[in-house]
Write a protein that binds this ligand. Structure first.
Ligand code: ADP
Length: 491
């Protein structure tokens, strides 16, 4: 990896606490592996409970100074961070591809969107304002103040090693909070490079701390702390539910971005070429490893066969391989367990009658160097039915299962038949249908004839068991602000 990085100072491997780079007190370590080769990329200290308490203490000690700055001053530090990260974009993208496997072009795209979150937050914090209420009595005045919630913990996953961090850390810092970040142990290097750049940008020591290693130990120290006032989590539904339960003891605020099981509806009047490109882009983004990937594709009977043929043709032209190879369109899965899950979902569907239209297994011809990688071909399955695992469970891999429907009511019922409610997509050219489907689908985000829905200005998040709260946009900054009511008696 080092040979691909211009600025070697970005290759940090320690914990970052109170402005210092630290090892584990007990000397423990763990390794980050390259998912394309299965080989180690770096060895890092396995931080635990005590280091987490130190990080929380340092975030707490700098809180008065950081929150005491004006929004303009905090924004200026964030803007400097944005500038340095922009200059380092190629290095960050290479670190990301090495630890998470996504093709370099996709890593570059993620860096750009992460940068947007920093930029947005740096500006938006200057527009925070309270209220002066119309009083209910002439001898009183009533005000509402907005203040930072305090010390925030951010716990982030491996599938977007930068943007899941920046969409939490940037608004938190902009709002005047200080942060303890726990990135995924599978992709901590991107997080550490960002911390190095924040340090260079002049962020005060302790305003951003990074701890990683023993996730349950770090998590329980965070959740038990009375100092940490809010957690922002993106990850699995199982861990999110556990954190929410743990948050009850200290009544922490929680924002959760959990799993999804996104429906993708192709209505009878859809532009099929557009919909086919859309479903491939959505279902196979990051090799199917995003929480908003299309998981279940419902196609109207009248257009099913033509649509299926179009999708299969596009998918057959994709190229699986090392994310650093210029012709690679799709990288590996994050690890062997993820690969096993995809293979199991595919086998389950086939055993229950699904037909493989493209892909279907491990790629046949990969270079020897990638023999230890977790690769699965982008795969299209026709004849999917609701008794298959692909209907109920989030695959988190490159499967495109095609289901059939015959009218709008059936499509909506199938789409909503899940405990998840993150993103949904549909393709239609009918305006009335567009309105009614958008209203009837029980999801936090809807793409109408569009799958690239994520944006720094737009509220990202889910309903039902997909989560609580929203990230990005104005509401994403407000999540880091408390509301304080002041009633002033005039005697
Ligand atoms: P995924 O399956 O996407 O890795 P996880 O929910 O396991 O999802 O991981 C998301 C984040 O949650 C990671 O940073 C991971 O280390 C962290 N995590 C996992 N288990 C715990 C735990 N017990 N307490 C706190 N954080 C945890």
């Amino acid at each position: 990896l080092s040979s691909r990085i211009k600025d070697k100072g970005l290759l940090r491997v320690d914990g970052f606490i109170g402005g210092d780079w630290v090892k584990a007190a007990d000397g423990g370590t763990y390794q980050v592996l390259n998912p394309a080769t299965g080989k180690p990329v770096a060895t890092l200290p396995r931080l635990r409970h005590d280091e987490t308490l130190a990080a929380i203490a340092s975030a707490h000690s700098v809180l008065p100074a950081w929150s005491g700055l004006t929004a303009k001053q905090r924004g200026a530090v964030l803007r400097k961070w944005h500038q340095l990260a922009t200059d380092a974009a190629e290095d960050i993208a290479a670190i990301m591809t090495a630890e998470c496997g996504k093709p370099l072009a996709e890593s570059r795209g993620e860096v750009a969107s992460g940068l947007d979150s920093i930029d947005w937050s740096a500006s938006e914090c200057r527009r925070v304002s309270g209220q002066v209420l119309e009083t209910t009595s002439r001898d009183r005045r009533m005000l509402v103040l907005r203040q930072p919630v305090g010390v925030v913990a951010a716990i982030t996953p491996w599938n977007f090693p930068m943007s899941m961090i920046t969409r939490k850390v940037a608004p938190a810092l902009a709002a005047g909070c200080t942060v303890v970040l726990k990135p995924s142990e599978q992709t901590p290097l991107t997080a550490l490079a960002l911390a190095e750049l924040a340090d260079r940008a002049g962020l005060p020591e302790g305003a951003l701390n990074v701890v990683h290693g023993d996730a349950p130990a770090i998590g329980s120290a965070i959740m038990a702390s009375e100092t940490v006032r809010k957690i922002g989590f993106t990850g699995s539904t199982a861990v999110g539910k556990m954190l929410m339960a743990q948050a009850a003891n200290t009544v922490k605020r929680v924002s959760l971005e959990l799993g999804g099981n996104a429906p993708f509806l192709v209505m009878e009047d859809a532009d099929l070429a557009l919909a086919a490109r859309g479903v491939v882009a959505s279902a196979l983004r990051n090799s199917g490893q995003t929480c908003i990937c299309a998981n279940r594709v419902f196609v109207h009977d009248k257009v099913h066969d033509e649509f299926a043929a179009r999708v299969a043709e596009i998918v057959k032209g994709l190229k699986v391989g090392d994310g650093f190879a210029p012709d690679t369109t799709h990288g590996p899965l994050i690890n062997p367990a993820a690969l096993d899950k995809v293979a199991a979902h595919c086998a389950d569907a086939v055993s229950k009658g699904a037909r493989v239209l493209a892909g279907g297994g491990k790629p046949a011809s990969l270079p020897e160097r990638l023999a230890g990688g977790s690769f699965f071909e982008p795969t299209v399955l026709a004849g999917a039915t609701i008794d298959m695992r692909v209907f109920r469970e989030e695959t988190f891999g490159p499967l495109v299962p095609l289901f059939r429907f015959s009218d709008d009511d059936e499509a909506v019922a199938l789409a909503n038949d899940t405990e998840y409610g993150l993103a949904a997509y549909f393709y239609t050219r009918d305006l009335k249908r567009a309105w009614t489907l958008a209203e009837r689908l029980e999801y936090g985000m809807i793409g109408v004839n569009e799958v690239a829905i994520t944006a720094d200005v737009a509220p990202f998040g889910g309903i039902k068991q997909s989560g609580l709260g929203r990230e990005q946009g104005t509401i994403g900054l407000e999540e880091f602000l408390e509301t304080k009511y002041v009633c002033m008696g005039l005697g």
